[in-house]
Design a protein around this ligand. Structure first.
Ligand code: ZN
Length: 245
């Protein structure tokens, strides 16, 4: 395999999806035909569902927390952390995954587009999302800060649900990185079919600025033709070779 063409000015933007975590044994929300204990995934991943049955939603995310805490980063996660070590500020990782495995592998310049399953935030007050590994199987977490002001506010998982938009600050970080890179951009979509936003739009933007794009995915992707380079395979096997590690 030809290693990535990384020159002195090259800036690498990476987008990872479920395929990268699959090798760590993390199933996607959609695994099991989009059902969880006979509930539609939308029921446990939307504000409507949360309002209707917050305990059901918290049980779902508590189960996800258990899975994530029992999992370990794999060779693909570590390869990305090593590439970042080499490139410093010329590297930015964005991920659709909510499992926090990139951070555990050592990635620092990293944006979690869909949130993090081990973080919690308040529905009401402006407190920052915080790390929370507690399992709420039969109880609902309440906001202490709201409580001090006499409000009884339930906390929610720090996850972007269906119908919610991605964090504007996160998107502007990506835009800035792309504009600074211009034609020196190298965009890698890894373990994501790339048919959905933002993967699909990122490859367009990368092409528009004159950058080079790679798709690394185990399965054939619908929009593979939009990428200049397509490598089929597991990220844990492909990335160390592609990065020349
Ligand atoms: Zn609060």
């Amino acid at each position: 395999m030809t290693p990535l063409p990384i020159r002195k000015a090259t800036r690498v933007l990476v987008l990872t999806g479920a395929g990268v975590s699959a090798e760590s044994g993390i199933a996607t929300f959609r695994a099991g035909g989009g059902l969880w204990e006979k509930h539609r995934v939308e029921q446990v991943a939307s504000m409507e569902g949360f309002v209707e049955d917050p305990q059901l939603v918290w049980r779902f995310y508590s189960e996800r927390r258990k899975g994530v805490l029992a999992a370990e980063p794999n060779a693909g996660h570590y390869a990305l952390a090593e590439l970042e070590q080499r490139l410093g500020d010329r590297f930015l990782l964005t991920t659709q995954n909510v499992d926090g495995l990139h951070a555990r592998a050592g990635s620092e310049r990293m944006l979690e587009l869909h949130g993090n399953v081990c973080m919690t935030r308040c529905l009401l007050c402006a407190r920052e999302p915080f790390v929370d590994e507690t399992l709420y199987l039969d109880s609902l977490p309440k906001c202490e800060l709201c409580g001090e002001e006499g409000r009884d506010t339930i906390l929610r998982p720090h996850i972007v649900w269906f119908g919610e938009s991605l964090d504007g600050w996160v998107l502007s970080q990506i835009d800035d990185f792309i504009s600074e890179a211009g034609s020196d951009l190298l965009f890698l979509a890894i373990g994501t079919a790339g048919a959905v936003y933002p993967a699909a739009s990122l490859v367009d933007v990368a092409r528009r600025v004159g950058g080079v794009s790679y798709l690394i995915n185990l399965d054939e992707a619908d929009n593979a033709s939009q990428f200049e380079h397509v490598i089929r395979g597991k990220s844990g096997e492909v990335l160390p070779r592609l990065f020349g590690l």
